[in-house]
Design a protein around this ligand. Structure first.
Ligand SMILES: C[S@@+](CC[C@H](N)C(=O)[O-])C[C@H]1O[C@@H](n2cnc3c(N)ncnc32)[C@H](O)[C@@H]1O
Length: 271
């Protein structure tokens, strides 16, 4: 099952293509800043706005070491390190995403505070009780073994550490419209209901602090977000694929019809 996920995301040569696109936009890649990349490195709902919203719930600080699970090309890792001065480790199962994350982070001169590793969220290559915060955005929909995922999140967190996550859940309207940003069909998509998500979170020993349904907020900005993608100056196509506007449109329609919902949550590992 894992290979289907990797096949869905893998894009060899993506790093070079992104740098060329930046040069074409007149950006000096020798003086690259994280914000130069926000239009293409935030592969999740509401892009950088969603990242800022999620970060505001947990108040990261410079003493923290954060693990970003399913970090993609490292956009949120760079945002967190750049904005809050924390250390970040990113892990992702897709090789070209990790290669691109490393390349762009070096170009932003943030490689002394951020490192990336290829690996699987259901079998994290880290010691117990290591991170002050585990961060995750639009990843769990791709993970079939939810039990292992939540167990690994709880294991990797220090006692009193926070799990900060934004994910899609299955609504009551039935199966969503495919293809979606995270899956071309049901073989890559493992959506569960909000109730099941809560059970897995609490079943792993974590205590839920915040549980916010963001669906209405997302639908309110969806037409504008889609227009940007259709006009394509953002460059997200280079990361997410040529048909990302169609897939985002299906995601919006699925949410509008009650097939999917979007959750932002914070949970705590007890002391
Ligand atoms: C929609 S993208 C989101 C990327 C990133 N979190 C962001 O918001 O920009 C989903 C990411 O999850 C990663 N992923 C999916 N299943 C994974 C797993 N089992 N372990 C680690 N990463 C995984 C994919 O490779 C992809 O980079």
């Amino acid at each position: 099952m894992t290979n289907k996920i990797v096949d869905h995301y893998e894009k060899p040569g993506m790093g070079k293509a992104i740098l060329n696109a930046l040069i074409m936009q007149g950006i000096d890649i020798k003086k690259l800043k994280p914000e130069n990349l926000y239009s293409l490195d935030q592969f999740h709902t509401r892009g950088i706005v969603g990242t800022k919203d999620q970060a505001s719930l947990t108040e990261p600080n410079e003493t923290m070491h954060i693990l970003d699970i399913g970090c993609g090309i490292g956009g949120s890792a760079r945002y967190l390190a750049w904005t809050y001065g924390c250390r970040v480790t990113g892990i992702d199962i897709t090789k070209s995403f990790i290669e691109t994350a490393k390349l762009l982070t070096k170009k932003c001169s943030l490689d002394h505070v951020i490192d990336f590793k290829k690996g699987d969220a259901t079998d994290l290559p880290f010691d117990n009780d290591k991170f002050d915060m585990v961060w995750c955005q639009n990843v769990s929909m791709n993970i079939e073994r939810k039990d292992l995922f939540y167990k690994e999140v709880a294991r990797a967190l220090k006692p009193n550490g926070r799990f900060s996550s934004s994910e899609y859940a299955l609504g009551r309207g039935g199966s969503p419209y495919y293809p979606l940003p995270w899956a071309r069909g049901t073989q890559e998509s493992f959506l569960i209901s909000q109730e099941e998500m809560r059970l897995y979170t609490e079943g792993s020993g974590l205590e839920i602090i915040d549980w916010i349904d963001k669906s209405k907020q997302i639908l309110a900005v969806a037409p504008r977000a889609l227009k940007i993608l259709e006009d394509d100056d953002a460059g997200l196509q280079l990361v997410a694929g040529e048909d990302i506007a169609t897939r985002v449109s299906n995601s919006t329609k699925s949410m509008l019809h009650g097939h999917i919902e979007n959750i932002m949550m914070v949970a705590k590992k007890p002391l």
